[in-house]
Write a protein that binds this ligand. Structure first.
Ligand code: PRT
Ligand code: MG
Length: 214
């Protein structure tokens, strides 16, 4: 393969990466929202985009099935950074990782009393480190989606989830009680590709860096 492959997830990451790709002169030929194609060609015959699940982006790049990718810091922390070079904060798909509880649950008091809390999250690694640093005792329950339901259904006392507008928490009568970490998406690069394909990759990375600073 002489060209390069960029791994993106559809939705906000694809949409918000488009202007950065454009700054590097790359225009995908189709939109994954409307096309069912998983491999999308671009105006540059040396560049193609593969559409993968957000949490699979680091895996594709780590194994070199993609040379470049864009992934949330949430996904990168949970996945780990082995084999990945992450040179650039793209400042897109921004949100905050928060601890949230049902309205009326006195989180501060529960923590003060040293209660053992049941916490549901997709981000168990981030959650474990957060509560350990605060010496809060927790039993973590791994979920793969709809964390907001867990406290309402009696599965957990609290959740650790991403919040952007706060609309989802509000609609489910949950309140954010603690900030865990600010999240944005980063560019990730396969370390071996960077050596072998630097001639194609470096100008793209540089164009992204300039576009982010604008
Ligand atoms: O959807 P899928 O299960 O395939 O994967 P994913 O949810 O990881 O992918 P996607 O495309 O939804 O998100 C990709 C990346 O966008 C995440 O990894 C984050 O880094 C980033 N991002 C930014 C967000 C949000 N904002 C966000 N608001 N990811 C998820 N959300 C969810 C959040 O989990 C909650 O359910 O949106 C809901 C809250 O939104 P508000 O606006 O109601 O607060
Ligand atoms: Mg999603």
């Amino acid at each position: 393969m002489t060209g390069i492959t960029i791994a993106l997830s559809k939705g906000r990451i694809f949409e918000e990466t488009l202007p950065l790709l454009a700054a590097a002169g790359i225009v995908p030929s189709e939109n994954p929202e409307t096309s069912r194609k998983l491999i999308i060609e671009t105006n540059n015959p040396d560049v193609r985009v593969v559409i993968v699940r957000a949490s699979d982006v680091p895996t594709y790049v780590q194994y070199g099935a993609a040379d470049l990718g864009v992934a949330g810091k949430d996904v990168l922390i949970e996945h780990g950074c082995e084999g990945l070079y992450s040179p650039l904060d793209l400042k897109i798909a921004k949100c905050r990782m928060m601890v949230a509880v049902p309205e009326g649950f006195d989180y501060a008091k529960a923590v003060r009393q040293g209660n053992r809390l049941k916490v549901a999250s997709k981000y168990t690694k981030i959650a474990r480190e957060h509560f350990a640093a605060k010496s809060v005792h927790v039993d973590l329950i791994k979920l793969y989606g709809s964390m907001e339901l867990a406290p309402l259904a009696g599965l957990a006392d609290a959740i650790v989830d991403l919040v952007s507008t706060g609309g989802t928490l509000k609609a489910n009568r949950l309140v954010a009680v603690e900030h865990v970490v600010d999240i944005s998406s980063r560019l990730v690069v396969n370390q071996a590709s960077l050596k072998v394909k630097r001639e194609i990759l470096q100008p793209i990375i540089d164009a992204f860096a300039r576009a982010v600073e604008k």
